[in-house]
Design a protein around this ligand. Structure first.
Ligand SMILES: [Zn+2]
Length: 398
């Protein structure tokens, strides 16, 4: 969770911030390069400590790097290590960390409140944050800074504006103690369905905003490279995308808090989102089967902010989130237990071929998830392997 503010450095401070950005970028790229030499089969990729040793060597070699803040450089390495972990985490299908270019993704992170940094309010609309080597830098106090902020990130956007974002680790929400369990099914038509029957809708851009985004996205091709107009267009696109992502983040925060407050136990599908996303691209043996249908599904999964919601649930309800093997949860009748793919009448409607029970398909699946059912297969549907043994739960606690 982060809280972002507009930063107003003096020209002298701005020079220091730019230097920090350059050092963070250099260090990050150093880590990218080390990892690019690594390939599966080698014993292990360089870990954080190994990279720190290499950073020490690089600092000894380059006086300009040694003159910079060690905190900035070490944090760039930590960020890279986290980005690699996210890349390998099925629940968080981030892309592989890549090279950072000057003028793009400019920023650095500072941790260690107290010795390294602090924040204070100097007037109604002005706050100050202490940045290593730059001193107290002013920012617009547009809302209260959470008192438990542990770190911050300073960024420079392409329009040349500085921001500071304070990061807060969400505090665990106490369990209600009502013994209630909820299942959440990641839907396609809606973002998710609860076993209580309640649908969850992740916000997106409005129709007007989407039209505007499409119009802007057609423009850069016509605008001259490096022109002011082109810069304005790109800036407009970036702002709309940021707005959408902010809305999704807010939604994930509110929804996860709400669920953690209402239910003792929260069960979700253990979706290997990354695997599904990659499978859609096809393999050499199976070149892009159902690529079109799956690509649409993947947009739904990734767009709905599902991964973020699950991560936030795990933050706020530690030990109370269970991941359930999702095999056949969408084909099992939550009333009589019969598994039949024929019961999935359509994307939206479930109607049991055995007992006639009918329900919203996502809600039916959510009820199965709430019950913790991993269903034994009868035919196998090509995507999931049939499991020829007793039904069993596949649980990984958050
Ligand atoms: Zn039934």
């Amino acid at each position: 969770m982060s809280f972002r503010y507009r930063l107003n450095p003096t020209p002298a401070q701005e020079a220091v911030l730019r230097e920090h950005c350059g050092h963070a970028r250099y260090t990050w790229n150093l880590a990218v390069e080390q990892h690019s030499h690594w390939h599966p089969g080698r014993t292990s990729a360089p870990g954080y400590l190994e990279q720190c040793r290499q950073l020490t060597a690089a600092r000894a070699e380059h006086p300009w790097l040694a003159a910079g803040s060690q905190t900035v450089q070490q944090q760039a390495l930590r960020d890279f290590t986290q980005a690699m972990a996210a890349f390998y985490d099925p629940a968080n299908p981030a892309g592989r960390p890549s090279w950072r270019k000057a003028g793009r993704n400019e920023g650095f992170r500072i941790v260690g409140r107290g010795p390294q940094w602090d924040v204070r309010r100097v007037s109604r609309h002005v706050g100050e944050v202490r940045v290593p080597k730059a001193g107290w830098v002013r920012f617009r106090w547009s809302r209260d800074v959470p008192p438990d902020a542990k770190s911050y990130r300073v960024t420079l956007d392409r329009a040349g504006r500085w921001h500071v974002a304070f990061a807060v680790i969400p505090a665990p929400v106490p369990a209600p103690g009502n013994g209630q369990t909820v299942g959440i099914d990641r839907g396609v038509a809606v973002s998710a369905a609860l076993s209580t029957g309640q649908p969850l809708h992740a916000p997106a851009l409005t129709g007007r905003e989407r039209t505007r985004l499409r119009r802007l996205q057609r423009k850069p091709a016509r605008a001259r490279r490096g022109s002011n107009r082109r810069r304005r267009v790109k800036h407009g696109i970036a702002r709309l995308k940021a707005r959408e992502s902010d809305r999704r983040k807010d939604w994930a925060e509110q929804t996860s808090t709400d669920l953690a407050r209402r239910f003792d136990l929260i069960r979700v599908e253990d979706l290997k989102i990354t695997n599904m996303t990659r499978a859609a691209k096809g393999t050499r043996e199976n070149p892009g089967r159902n690529v079109r249908a799956k690509a649409g599904l993947n947009r739904g999964i990734l767009g709905s902010g599902w991964g973020l919601l699950v991560r936030r649930l795990e933050d706020k309800a530690p030990g109370r989130v269970e991941k359930i093997n999702p095999a056949f949860t969408s084909q099992r009748c939550s009333a009589c237990g019969r598994v039949d793919r024929g019961s999935r009448e359509s994307q939206a409607v479930f109607r049991c071929t055995s007992c006639g029970f009918a329900a919203n398909a996502d809600v039916n699946a959510a009820v199965n998830i709430a019950a913790g059912h991993a269903v034994t297969a009868r035919g196998g549907d090509g995507a999931a392997r049939p499991v020829n043994r007793e039904p069993q739960l596949l649980l990984h606690s958050g």
